[in-house]
Ligand binder design. Structure first.
Ligand code: EPZ
Length: 416
């Protein structure tokens, strides 16, 4: 099992280019299941989750090649409309193949996604929406068995703007018969990226980037070429790493608008932020002070940058107050940060952070992808050595993480 050994104290300086967004690339790959011709997806990061999704599509009979960030996907002449347990339990996001498989092949056999250590990750809204579109769905022996000769358009109201449910239903609606309206849809930039890919395939969608999506089903989806947007969560992670070391870091290759609220909150804490058309630079002119943050669906503060911000605020002056509204168990990083000398208390969905003058290096364990990144960030400014265990979590969503950090002066090595 690999681990990171981080030597604290370096001040990060320089530029880092983000990779393609994990949470977009995975969905474009899932959408290619509906394509009848070859698709090309560019700027696809070489990360574990992409390799898992690739394994799933190959299992289904599609042909894929992934050379230097360009992925070519050739449709299957003999498709297998199923997602086996061994693959789904590696990556919950596999559930987004359910909609594409069902709408394209009329039946789907998809393993229920396992639990997840940031909270219960239901899929009731996915199932409810597909049922409203006429699917006959049952869950038997841990598998979702779905059948529908042809899905039919429906008006679907999502009780909460679930990213995955929006994506599954959006894709399912593309080849359903008639019109589907999805109300209270999620609006994350990765969903806009997916919708634009679907338009290129021949889908008919309006309301992209709003809470109401309207889709006219079509009988045929052809081919598409698209470059995945820059990863806003990776970009935010590196900006916070620059800030916690009181350095100066520029992240390139992303749309700063996708980080609007994050940059606003970093400014509120005392960061100086400069923005270009595809880059953001952070520096720290004075002291960092505590702020309040509440995670919300986009364009609110992203839950995927909450652990990293908690790490940053644990070194700011004064008290910070963080509320996690998206997941019901996403403060597991707090116990590990406290091992590094942070002073954080959690109460249900709230974390109260008393800033400390310095953190001290210690062995810690990553519990999920973003918590792992947050622990590396904390280790960058902790006195002495921090060893982060279970970094396979980080490998799921960060491409060349230690190389990029070393590129801006971090002292970090990967050891087995
Ligand atoms: C996506 O997960 C992202 N993953 C997550 O990023 C991200 O944190 C999340 O959206 C929120 O932005 C991918 O895109 C692969 P949700 P998803 O459906 O689709 C509840 C990362 O680190 N819910 O919006 O699973 C659910 O329990 C990952 O890259 C239901 O109750 O998120 C959760 O509490 C972590 N019923 C909340 O909604 C449902 O049917 C948000 O879930 C669906 C969801």
């Amino acid at each position: 099992m690999d681990k990171y050994v981080v030597e604290g104290g370096a001040t990060l300086k320089g530029s880092v280019r983000v990779s393609g967004a994990k949470n977009s690339a995975l969905k474009l790959m899932a959408a290619s299941i509906m394509a009848s011709e070859e698709c090309v997806i560019r700027n696809v990061p070489d990360i574990a989750d992409v390799r898992t999704m690739r394994e799933l599509l190959v299992h289904m009979g599609l042909e894929l090649e992934h050379e230097s960030k360009t992925m070519r996907i050739v449709p299957s002449s003999n498709p297998r409309p199923e997602a086996p347990y061994e693959i789904v339990q590696k990556m919950r996001a596999s559930i987004v193949v359910l909609g594409p498989i069902l709408t394209r092949f009329g039946s789907a056999h998809v393993a229920m996604p396992g639990g997840c250590n940031i909270g219960s990750r239901q899929i009731d809204l996915h199932i409810k929406g597909l049922t409203e579109m006429g699917a006959d769905i049952s869950v038997l022996h841990g598998f979702i068995e779905a059948k529908a000769k042809r899905l039919k358009g429906a008006r679907i109201y999502l009780e909460l703007p679930s990213v995955g449910a929006t994506e599954n239903l959006l894709m399912a609606a593309c080849m359903a018969k008639g019109t589907t309206i999805i109300e209270n849809a999620a609006m994350e930039p990765e969903i806009t990226d997916l919708a634009e890919f679907l338009l290129k395939l021949g889908a008919r969608i309006t309301g992209i980037g709003t809470h109401t999506l309207e889709i006219q089903g079509v009988d045929y989806l052809g081919s598409a070429e698209q470059t995945v947007i820059g990863d806003r969560v990776e970009g935010g992670t590196f900006l916070i790493a620059g800030a916690i070391t009181r350095g100066e870091v520029k992240v390139e290759g992303l749309n700063p608008l996708h980080l609007d609220i994050v940059l606003e909150k970093m400014r509120e804490a005392g960061c100086a932020i400069e923005v270009g058309d595809n880059w953001v630079r952070v520096s720290i002119p004075g002291e960092l002070t505590g702020i309040e943050i509440s995670t919300l669906p986009y364009p609110g503060f992203p839950t995927d940058l909450q652990p990293q911000m908690v790490a940053l605020l644990s070194t700011a002056q004064g008290i910070s107050f963080v509320t996690e509204n998206i997941f019901d168990n996403r403060f597991m990083v707090v116990d590990e940060l406290n091992r590094l000398g942070a002073n954080i208390k959690t109460r249900n969905h709230h974390a109260i952070i008393h800033g400390v003058p310095r953190l001290s290096g210690a062995p810690v364990t990553a519990t999920d992808l973003r918590a792992g990144a947050a622990l590396v960030i904390a280790g960058l400014c902790a006195e002495g050595e921090t060893v982060v265990h279970d970094i396979y979590h980080i490998d799921r969503g960060y491409e060349c993480f230690e190389d990029k950090l070393r590129g801006v002066g971090a002292k970090i090595v990967r050891t087995s």
